[in-house]
Design a binder for this molecule. Sequence first.
Ligand code: G3P
Ligand code: CA
Length: 269
Amino acid sequence: MTATSISPAADLTPARKLVNSPGVLIIAHRGNSSIAPENTLPAFAKALAVKADLVELDYHHSADGVPVVIHDDNLDRTTNAQALLGKNKVLIADLPSAELARLDAGEWFSDEFKGTKLPTLVESLAAIQPGSTTLIERKAGDAATLVKLLAREKLTDQVVVQAFDWEFVKECRSLAPTLTLGALCSKAANEEQIQAAAETGADVIVWNHEKLRRDQIDLVHKLGKKAWVYTIDDPQRAADFMAAGIDAVITNKPATMIRVRGAIKRPAE
Ligand code: G3P
Ligand code: CA
């Protein structure tokens, strides 16, 4: 087994310094999504308010190629598209960004958030980066568009990008050698899978917490990678992973997990 090498210059980027810092990072999943509508500016503001180390979001491309922040590939669950458009299951990829901007992405969560819009990726980065670090999950869209967008915003070295699609991760690595990358996996973890995830060139292996045994964290570390888990809201479950050496917990409840982290004892790091 060999660790995938990373260029020494890349170690100096702010994002890589954060990822390599000792202790457990707490990552707000889709923003502080237990108290505000997921993947919206209010959810990001509430994640910053509790000092989440990173703020995760998801994006898809609109019909005119604009990265728009939303989890699902269709608009039904988290917007008023059905009522406004009179159609079900309209895809983000089928509407231009100007049409997507008309939708309400907060009212489904509670009246307090009525009027909240679907943010673009650029708007989201502008909201998150001054107070935290964005963990960008690509759901759909090509690597070149994202890499160019990050370069234009001067954020290539300030964010982390992750995807379940490992070909996308590899392409990002080839297009942007200093970009900090995560390879996501939802399958049952085994040595072969973990090795393959490492070979994408990702800095971080990000696994479903129900599919990664705690003793497999050491294998990820031996490959020279960080081990993160998603999505844990149960304090005891998170405490167990933290005690076992996990490097980050992705959670809908960042304030709770920051308290859990404060109570955990780990061997000196
Ligand atoms: O950050 C990892 C996690 O968000 C992946 O699952 O479905 O919530 O995007 P999902
Ligand atoms: Ca996600």
